[in-house]
Design a binder for this molecule. Structure first.
Ligand code: ZN
Length: 83
């Protein structure tokens, strides 16, 4: 019933977030991250958010194409980072 490979915990998945977005993980690590995201809604949201952030930073010449609500979420995030 359980998959043969181990699943990551949230911390393990989040530790690899940046490398995952940069496509610098090994195939095995990327697979483990993907599996965690399938079962963990919280991390899945974080990864999606960071992914949007990366796309935004890399593609900021196309400002019209910002995902709806991204700027609000960025503001919230920046506010939280001040704590
Ligand atoms: Zn998680």
């Amino acid at each position: 019933m359980l998959p043969i490979i181990n699943l990551y915990t949230c911390n393990e998945a989040l530790d690899r977030l940046q490398d995952y977005l940069d496509h610098e993980l090994s195939d095995r690590e990327a697979l483990l991250v993907k599996r965690h995201l399938k079962i963990c809604h919280e991390c899945s949201k974080k990864f999606a958010f960071e992914g949007q952030l990366v796309s935004f930073v890399r593609g900021r010449v196309q400002e019209e194409a910002l995902p709806e609500g991204l700027m609000e979420r960025l503001s919230v995030r920046l506010a939280q980072a001040d704590d």
